[in-house]
Design a protein around this ligand. Structure first.
Ligand code: CAA
Length: 415
């Protein structure tokens, strides 16, 4: 049965997007060589070339604040209703990461800030919450920030699928980038394919099983979406998927096209997703940010004008929940993109030698309350200055060109 819920609602969707990645990356050739694996396995088998690596003074908050600062440039902050931060790399069991970001960005006190969780797909739940919020208050904007550090054990099968990054999504009425369809289809099932108990700082994963569960979730979420929207596969020009590694997007799209018996050549199938793989291939898994980074990658790298084209979107979070949803690219969307700034950000990253990657991997903040200052490594706008009395100390990076703050946030205690 199709449910018509679109009447009388304002057009709502994604108005602006920007991502932030760590200043350093590990070339996967170096990892392959050291781990005794063929680089072709990573490049072709997994579809990954580089892996973003956070420095000791970068974390989910600095990444989120960097992305948020760029997306809010020139915006009327008084219209901002809510900031929702989605992550599965939370830094505190109680205080929301969104509050730290609220402070770093000097957001108005009427603007709510909270954090949500369900593995990689909480960002999509947050986006849907924001869309509903803007439908009720069309004069307000909501900011969704997805931010994560994907971390597996050294020398495990998951190691080449690590990464880190954040994406900030400004949601409004009459959006400039994508008008979202009101329909969506979800699927939830209690499984153990990937999880991270509180006492571990790396994820546990049953890799092959996680791929199977992902594909099952896609099939079921698509069926549920069809029950609600009754919209054929042919109504979509492009598709973006959650990308723990970009080959997963190809696997997912193959699954969907065979499910609907689409008569497409291999090239045509790839054409429907390939621009959406480009950023993720250079950044790695960003968990909650992954699907939304793929959307931005598609908008910024597809050589065709996508105005008026519908994109199918699949969000997957282990554990598990999947959601299929969709939206239509808006005319003139290219004028709102920050393509040049994003290209510059990726091009200016610094490659790491493997020993430094392993040192940074092993780095952790003291957890006994002692004061600790982190070394200055990041080139991002905000940095984690250290920790003092169990309180993370964030600051604007000294000398960063975009850092215009006069009344900085919490300053690092001098010791
Ligand atoms: N040249 C080209 N291809 C090669 C190759 C070579 N020399 N050597 C191997 N390959 C291919 C393999 O044939 C295989 O391709 P297919 O998938 O088409 O069969 C591919 O490279 C991967 O090889 P393996 O299956 O041997 O890989 P693996 O055992 O090392 O594990 C993995 C792969 C399971 C994805 C592992 O990296 C992992 O556990 N990753 C983390 C979990 C994950 O990302 N799961 C995805 C779904 S869960 C999710 O989406 C949530 C999330 O974000 C984590």
């Amino acid at each position: 049965m199709s449910i018509n819920i679109s009447n009388h609602l304002p057009t709502v969707g994604i108005d602006r997007m920007s991502f932030s990645v760590p200043s350093h990356y590990l070339p996967l050739e170096a990892l392959a060589e050291n781990r005794g694996t063929s680089f072709r396995k990573y490049q072709v088998g997994l579809g990954q070339e580089k892996m973003s690596v956070p420095a000791p003074d970068e974390d989910i908050i600095t990444l989120a604040a960097n992305a948020g600062a760029r997306v809010l440039e020139g915006e009327d902050l008084s219209a901002l209703d809510t900031v929702i931060l989605a992550t599965e790399s939370g830094i505190d069991q109680s205080k929301a990461g969104a509050i730290y970001v609220h402070g770093l960005l000097n957001l108005p006190s009427h603007c709510r800030a909270f954090e949500v969780k369900q593995a990689c797909c909480s960002s999509t739940a947050a986006l849907q919450m924001a869309l509903a919020g803007v439908s009720i208050k069309p004069n307000r904007k909501f900011l969704v920030i997805a931010t994560d550090v994907a971390r597996y054990g050294l020398e495990t099968a998951g190691e080449p699928t690590q990464g880190a990054g954040a994406i900030a999504i400004l949601v409004s009425a009459n959006p400039r980038l994508i008008a979202m369809d009101p329909e969506s289809g979800s699927y939830t099932k209690d499984v153990m394919d990937f999880w991270r108990p509180n006492y571990l700082d790396t994820a546990l994963v049953d890799g092959k099983y996680s791929i199977k569960v992902y594909l099952d979730a896609l099939e079921n979420a698509w069926a549920e979406y069809q029950r609600e929207a009754d919209r054929p596969f042919e109504a979509f020009s492009r598709f973006c998927y959650h990308l723990p590694f970009t080959r997963m997007g190809e696997k997912a799209h193959n699954q969907l096209t065979s499910l609907v018996d689409a008569q497409l050549s291999k090239e045509d199938r790839l054409h429907q997703i390939e621009a959406g793989l480009m950023y993720n291939r250079q950044i790695g898994n960003t968990y909650t940010a992954s699907l939304h980074l793929s959307i931005l990658s598609m908008l910024e790298n597809d050589t065709e004008d996508l105005s008026g084209k519908r994109i199918g979107l699949f969000s997957y979070g282990s554990g598990c929940m999947g959601t299929f949803f969709s939206g239509t690219v808006q005319p003139g969307y290219r004028d709102t993109l920050l393509t040049e700034a994003h290209a510059k950000q990726l091009a200016s990253r610094i490659p790491l030698e493997l020993p430094t990657y392993e040192d940074w991997y092993a780095h952790s903040l003291p957890c006994d309350g002692q004061t600790y200052l982190t070394p200055l490594c990041t080139r991002g706008q905000f940095r984690l200055g250290g920790i003092d009395a169990h309180q993370r100390q964030y600051e604007a990076s000294p000398g960063h060109p975009s850092s215009t703050r006069q009344d900085g946030p919490a300053q690092l205690a001098q010791v």
